[in-house]
Design a protein around this ligand. Structure first.
Ligand SMILES: *Cc1c(COP(=O)(O)O)cnc(C)c1O
Length: 486
């Protein structure tokens, strides 16, 4: 470990310049290799304990910052690799790496205008742009926050403030509150509801249909049952789309139901809300403009690094009431609505300069770049699902509505569910260990599925063909070994 630099050296501009110039070359070469060089691994596949040991040892050794950063690069999951088709993490536009350098250096903490003048103004520009794409009118407004989980929690707090019969924020709980949500919702909704103090009974999970969409026909009876059980339902959460399969709930019908019963409609569009930027796919969220709030992650399909989320409100003033509180040292008048003091409307006090990433991507690559990305990813997923359907030994679990594709390898119909689950688990393990592809898995109706999320717009048809071939090869070798063993 290098020791003994003075604080003056830490902040020395020339040292920074020298490392920075070299680093850009390292990063550009790395990116180029991942995109074009044969044989670059997607995932290094080290065991957690080995990885820990490596870094404990590394800390004791001499190396330059460039050497350490290069090691870090190579020991990471390579989301920039076209054969990365794993979790729903964006393949960041490289301009965002450069933007991140600048926002890290200025380190404006955004909460109040004076600690982020550009940050607060850009946040307004970005959220106004996004609100317009949602279909909201000028009474809407939004915030940027650190992730979909926090955005969903914030939305539920706003919903409770607006629709609960008493003021929990000030008085605490004196009534049992509840929300209605699809059983396919992201786990953070369940967690948010528990943080709000709703408990098991306050999270009412509605079954889904064969397309994994919330059964809207069941809503009235679940609402009646909740009332009979002494619960006060204040909010319905729609999935756009759901986590496992990327299925979109019928937001039009949900909005109609919420209107009829005076409930808040929140749309969890963390992943699939990005289609509001696409003419081709925006009908998947038809009715979203009637929702009271909607969360969209930029760090999923909209090309920014983690975390960057927009939470939009149809009636922008409602978010100010959510966190109404005195903080004398931050602002003079807690009651007034000032868009430029971000912390009045977010859970966070200090908050990264999130809007710069979105702003720079739009400004550098064009206002239609998100649309191009969403269209490319969704079209690609359809292509992959067609390739899967064409192969008799593969079983497509559902037609993809988004860029999420679930499928299984089913070499013969006589294998029972346990054998198939074990086989598909093994296939993925070997595939990931090979480092040639990165895909994930999930369980749908007790069936272990292979799950690809097409995140990289550079992933090609040839990559998909190679993936399916490699799955067949791994399966043959697993089954061959089993037969030899018997
Ligand atoms: C990713 C995701 C979340 C959680 O968002 P984070 O940004 O990871 O906190 C919530 N809901 C859905 C549907 C998601 O895809």
């Amino acid at each position: 470990m290098t020791t003994g630099q003075s604080l003056a050296e830490v902040y020395d501009a020339e040292q920074f310049r020298a490392i920075g110039k070299e680093l850009i070359d390292v990063l550009a070469d790395h990116l180029n290799d991942l995109q074009h060089k044969e044989g670059k691994k997607v995932y290094p596949n080290h065991a957690p304990e080995d990885e820990l040991q490596f870094w404990e040892d590394d800390l004791k050794q001499e190396s330059t910052p460039i050497q350490t950063l290069t090691t870090l690069l190579n020991r990471s999951q390579q989301t920039q690799h076209p054969k990365y088709m794993g979790h729903q993490t964006a393949v960041p536009a490289p301009i965002s790496a450069l933007t991140g350098m600048v926002t890290s250096l200025v380190n404006n903490s955004t909460g109040v205008f004076e600690m982020g003048p550009a940050s607060n103004a850009m946040e307004r520009v970005v959220t106004d742009f996004t609100a317009k794409k949602v279909g909201y009118n000028s009474s809407a407004s939004g915030i940027m926050t650190s992730g979909g989980s926090l955005a969903n929690l914030t939305a539920l707090l706003a919903a409770r403030k607006d629709k609960a019969p008493h003021n929990v924020w000030e008085e605490g709980h004196n009534e049992k509150l509840a929300v209605l949500v699809s059983e396919e919702a992201h786990y953070c909704i369940d967690r948010a509801a528990r943080i709000l103090g709703l408990g098991d009974k306050g999270i009412i999970k509605i079954p889904v249909d064969h397309n994994f969409k919330i059964r809207t026909d069941l809503l009235p009876q679940y609402l009646d049952k909740a009332k009979a059980d002494g619960l006060h339902v204040f909010c319905v959460i729609g999935c756009a789309g759901s986590t496992a399969t990327g299925s979109y709930d019928d937001l039009d019908v949900l909005a109609e139901f919420c209107e009829a019963y005076n409930l808040w409609l929140h749309v969890d569009g963390a992943h699939g809300g990005a289609v509001v930027f696409s003419e081709k796919y925006k009908d998947l969220t038809k009715g979203v403009e009637k929702a009271d709030s909607v969360a969209i992650d930029f760090h999923k399909m909209l090309m920014t690094p983690v975390l960057s989320t927009a939470l939009m409100f149809k009636e922008g003033n409602k978010i100010y009431r959510t966190f109404a509180q005195r903080a004398q040292y931050l602002w003079d008048s807690p009651e007034t609505e000032e868009w430029y003091n971000s912390a009045k409307r977010t859970f966070e006090c200090s908050k990264p300069f999130l809007s710069a990433q979105v702003y720079l991507i739009l400004k550098t690559h064009g206002m239609d770049i998100f649309e191009k990305n969403v269209n490319q990813l969704y079209d690609s997923a359809k292509l992959l699902s067609n390739l899967i359907t064409a192969k008799p030994e593969f079983d497509l679990v559902h037609q993809p509505e988004s860029n999420i594709v679930n499928f299984r390898f089913v070499p013969n119909k006589k294998m029972n569910i346990n054998e198939l689950n074990a086989l598909n688990t093994d296939i993925r393990k070997r595939l990931v260990a090979s480092g040639n592809f990165y895909i994930v898995q999930t369980t749908i109706a007790n069936q272990r599925t292979l799950r690809c999320t097409v995140m990289n717009p550079l992933t090609s048809e040839a990559d998909f063909v190679e993936l399916l071939n490699e799955i067949e090869k791994e399966a043959t070798s697993i089954l061959g070994a089993q037969i030899a063993y018997v």
